[in-house]
Write a protein that binds this ligand. Structure first.
Ligand code: FAD
Ligand code: SF4
Length: 469
């Protein structure tokens, strides 16, 4: 069967976009979205739905879009996914919905993310009001809502917490969210840069929560300003969605030099504190002319592409080859187009400073791939005598994050695994019956939509728990 080519999302040219923080992909027009939507085969037994962690009825929302019923299309999306403009932009669709689309066998999958983004953005631009459609459709969950006077605390306002809050808010529960930072959104606001996910989009989708009995308390780190005991005493159920944002460090000699950052701090300064808008915003970031980023995931790409936009020449150092890089292919492609240099099969061994303690270079060693390790990936092994130096004014380590054990240790008898992540059942219930958890603090670093799926499941678990309590 002849299948039309996938319509790519229009993008800013690499030359232009490397000089600004505006969104790289521009999004479909209505005509392009409908044209792309027509590629959907409307399969009788759609495979794409099982690829989406929140099970969006993808063919149905696309059909309504193609038929010009955009409002109906939006309501279908929203009844499954509280943050469609966000997910349409940042979901790793190639491994999820699009990865399961049958058109993969005949060419390229439908651009489901692009269509989801289009419909959600259209609804926002046309002030389409939120309706509580999920409550009407989801009779099973509605039956859990026996006692709407129950109060639920949600710790953390990332995608898992936001989704749990919206699900519970829809059914009339009183939901109080607590966020350590001064803006809600978790990684969506402090990690993922503006050029991939505009903060206005995040704000807009979060603001819908205010209509659902959900109160957000900002600048409220639990375990510090408010104690865990107070939370346990004052709420009927608690959801922990605090992510896993504590940076890991490589422990390379010279890590204490000025100019060495964790990706977490680097990106938080740029995104949350808007360092790229200094002096309009009051947090500066001094990065100099040459930036080296260590790592191969999305975080490394985001740090590198942010540094490039601040005017630096940027090199990514990764210890394996491009094939093993965990970052999304699209991000690697965009980074290359923008002029970022990659040093594959390379690892840092020492950070070099001047007499004033400022970073001036990174000593690296070449690597080769040896036998597979327990993860099945081939282990990188240093090549003796292959050391060389890359000059650098700033170095960003983006080698992963882990759980913040301080907060968790304050919950009496909260079971965690050997990596420090919370152990739960399939409904997110922890070893403390009234405490639920989901997102990165349970799975370790994962994705926005998986965190949302966990928030949704935990909300269901909380409603069941409250019904029987
Ligand atoms: P988080 O988003 O981490 O949010 C947790 C929130 O809890 C934070 O706001 C934090 O301040 C708050 N908190 C922590 N401790 C406390 C406390 N004691 N009291 C109150 N609040 C607290 N995923 C994708 O799908 N696509 C991408 O393109 C993508 N890119 C990424 C880029 C970067 C740079 C990073 C770091 C991650 C990326 N991810 C991406 C992963 C994704 O963002 C996470 O998996 C997801 O945000 C996890 O959601 P969460 O709700 O578990 O926690
Ligand atoms: Fe695909 Fe993510 Fe949308 Fe699900 S939420 S359909 S995985 S883009």
């Amino acid at each position: 069967m002849a299948v039309k080519d996938r319509i790519q999302l229009p993008e800013q040219s690499p030359v232009l976009r490397r000089q600004n923080f505006d969104e790289v992909t521009i999004g479909y027009t209505l005509e392009l979205a409908q044209e792309e939507g027509k590629r959907c085969l409307q399969c009788k037994v759609p495979t794409c739905i099982s690829g989406c962690p929140v099970g969006i009825d993808i063919p149905r929302f696309i059909k309504e879009l193609v038929n010009g019923n955009l409002e109906r299309s939006f309501r279908i999306l929203k009844s499954y996914n509280y943050l469609p403009s966000i997910c349409g932009r940042v979901c790793p669709q190639e491994n999820q919905c699009e990865g399961s689309c049958v058109l993969n066998k005949l060419g390229k999958p439908v651009n489901i993310g692009g269509l989801e983004r289009f419909v959600a953005d259209w609804a926002a631009a046309n002030n389409v009001e939120e309706t509580n459609e999920a409550e009407k459709n989801n009779k099973t969950s509605a039956s859990f809502a026996k006692n709407k006077l129950d109060k639920i605390a949600i710790i953390g306002t990332g995608p898992s917490g936001l989704t749990a809050a919206s699900e519970l808010g829809k059914f009339g529960f009183t939901v109080h969210m607590y966020e350590a930072l001064h803006e809600p959104g978790g990684v969506l606001v402090y990690g993922i840069p503006e050029f991939r996910l505009p903060k206005d989009v995040v704000k807009r989708e979060i603001s819908d929560l205010a209509k659902l009995n959900v109160e957000i308390h900002k600048n409220s780190p639990i375990g510090y300003a408010i104690t865990v005991d107070e939370i346990l005493e004052n709420y009927d159920a608690i959801f922990i969605g605090v992510g896993a944002g504590t940076p890991k460090f490589m422990g390379v000699p010279g890590s204490e030099l000025n100019g060495v950052y964790s990706a977490n701090e680097f990106l938080t300064r740029i995104n949350l504190m808007r360092a790229y808008k200094f002096p309009e915003y009051d947090t500066p970031i001094r990065i100099g002319n040459r930036v080296v980023v260590i790592g191969g995931g999305n975080t490394a790409m985001d740090a590198a592409r942010s540094a490039l936009r601040l005017g630096a020449q940027v090199t990514i150092v990764y210890r394996r080859t491009e094939v093993e890089m965990p970052a999304r292919r699209a991000e690697i492609h965009h980074a290359k187009e923008e002029g970022i240099e990659f040093q594959f099969l390379t690892n840092p061994v020492r950070y070099i400073g001047d007499e004033r303690g400022n970073l001036i270079g990174v000593e690296c060693i070449r690597m080769e791939l040896g036998e597979p390790d327990e993860s099945g990936r081939r282990r990188p092994v240093p090549v003796k005598g292959s050391n060389f130096v890359i000059q650098a004014d700033t170095l960003v380590e983006a080698i992963g994050t882990e759980a913040n054990r301080f907060l968790l240790s304050q919950f009496p008898d909260l079971k965690t695994n050997k990596y420090g992540y919370i152990v739960t059942n399939e409904y997110g219930q922890t070893s403390i019956p009234k405490v639920f958890a989901g997102g990165d603090i349970v799975t370790g670093s994962a994705t926005v939509i998986l965190a949302m799926g966990a928030g949704k499941k935990a909300a269901e678990g909380i409603m069941k728990y409250l019904e029987n309590a």
